[in-house]
Design a protein. Structure first.
Length: 408
């Protein structure tokens, strides 16, 4: 038996109304310094440079994912009956802690970090004070939670609740990001999806009557990617950051390390950060680090850092060989080094990816007759979406100062 709190902790939340915590181990994790660090990590990378109210954090998102998982394992009859208490607590903790290894600036940080956030997440769960909290609650709990995040859990249902194609992570970030960006694209009927969730053959499935809500969810995700996550201005900020780190690494390699916070220099040297060094690398530290770099003697380093500080972002246009050559010539003529002032970014997004070895997941529908089908076989709308062309966007980024030299 896991110890309960003396009374249920209730946290107000703009998306879920209230977040309910009644297990001590969950409450202790929330109050740990590692989880509190997520208050200093924004949820959206470059997108907060586009949507001025998108200052919400990984802290709030992680609590939201926990709450959806908690509702799944307590309100969905099939899950409530199929899982024992340890499995329920394990998957709730996996939802809570799934992003604890995120670096600053969300996924933009992964452009420059040698390790993915999932690697840091599992290390933090199994090697930091989080491990002590989990092991004090139940022996082997830290590994169980990390295994859910690694998709190696003994119970294949558990990872599906946290990270699949219809999961608590996506459901929270779509609703939360739509709310804080002031957009409507990410809205869908969460209550209907929860009411129609079931299990079948160790799969999380949706009742046929819930297909319409899932179609809406798929379209919400598709639209959010193109209108928010892949916004060209957001990508400009992220490419500019990548260029700044490229210059920092080149300076470190040449023995001309500029003055900045030590953790940024470790990244510049391409070193793997220890957990304590990673803990110190939040957005407060990075902001001060870029401030120091904006005063560096190296003109390229100082210019790129000042651009990040002051939102003097790169301009952009559709990428073609002709356009890229035109931009490159203009940069050289104006005295800019293309290695640091010309970036390419190509993205693509499908509304839904059917099950295959690469995706490893799918959305399954339990039909009225009891058979289970992938949603592309149960929904004519989803079938039409996946048969259509994959939308792509390929752009080049460069300083606005050369705009008049290249026209357009």
């Amino acid at each position: 038996m896991f110890r309960k709190t003396e009374e249920t902790k209730v946290l107000r939340d703009p998306i879920h109304g209230y977040i309910h915590i009644d297990y001590e181990v969950v409450w202790d994790c929330v109050n740990s310094r590692w989880f509190q660090r997520l208050r200093r990590i924004r949820q959206l990378g470059g997108a907060y440079m586009v949507y001025h109210t998108a200052d919400h954090t990984r802290f709030a998102h992680s609590l939201g994912v926990y709450e959806i998982v908690r509702r799944m394992v307590t309100e969905v009859p099939d899950l409530a009956n199929a899982l024992d208490e340890r499995e329920k607590v394990t998957v709730m903790l996996a939802g809570l802690l799934h992003d604890i290894g995120h670096g600053p600036y969300s996924h933009a940080f992964e452009l420059v970090s040698p390790l993915k956030h999932e690697v840091y997440t599992c290390r933090i769960i199994e090697e930091s004070e989080i491990r002590d909290i989990l092991e004090n609650a139940a022996e082997g709990l830290a590994k169980d939670v990390a295994d859910v995040i690694r998709h190696t859990s003994k119970n294949p249902l558990l990872p599906q609740l946290v990270s699949a194609q219809l999961d608590a992570d996506r459901m929270d970030y779509l609703l939360r990001d739509a709310y804080f960006t002031g957009t409507k694209y990410g809205e869908f009927d969460l209550e209907r999806i929860l009411r129609t969730l079931r299990t079948a053959d160790e799969k999380l499935v949706i009742k046929e009557s819930g297909v319409y809500a899932v179609e809406n969810y798929i379209m919400a995700r598709y639209h959010m990617y193109w209108q928010v996550y892949y916004h060209p201005v957001a990508r400009s900020y992220e490419r500019l950051m990548a260029m700044a780190f490229t210059r920092l690494k080149d300076l470190c390699r040449s023995g001309k390390e500029p003055q900045t916070v030590s953790e940024l220099l470790l990244l510049g040297r391409n070193d793997e950060l220890s957990l304590e060094e990673f803990f110190a690398l939040d957005e407060n530290a990075c902001s001060y680090g870029f401030y120091l770099l904006s005063k560096a003697d190296d003109p390229i380093m100082s210019d790129l850092s000042a651009r990040l500080q002051n939102r003097n972002l790169f301009d952009y246009r559709e990428n073609t060989p002709e356009e890229e050559e035109k931009v490159r010539e203009a940069l050289l003529h104006a005295g800019y080094n293309p290695a640091y002032y010309l970036a390419r970014d190509a993205v693509n997004q499908s509304p839904y990816i059917p099950y295959n070895k690469e995706s490893g997941t799918a959305i399954w529908v339990r039909m009225h007759g009891g058979t289970v089908k992938e949603i592309s076989e149960a929904s004519s709308i989803v079938k039409s979406l996946i048969r259509g062309p994959v939308l792509k966007d390929d752009r080049i980024y460069y300083p606005k100062e050369i705009r008049t030299m290249i026209g357009g």
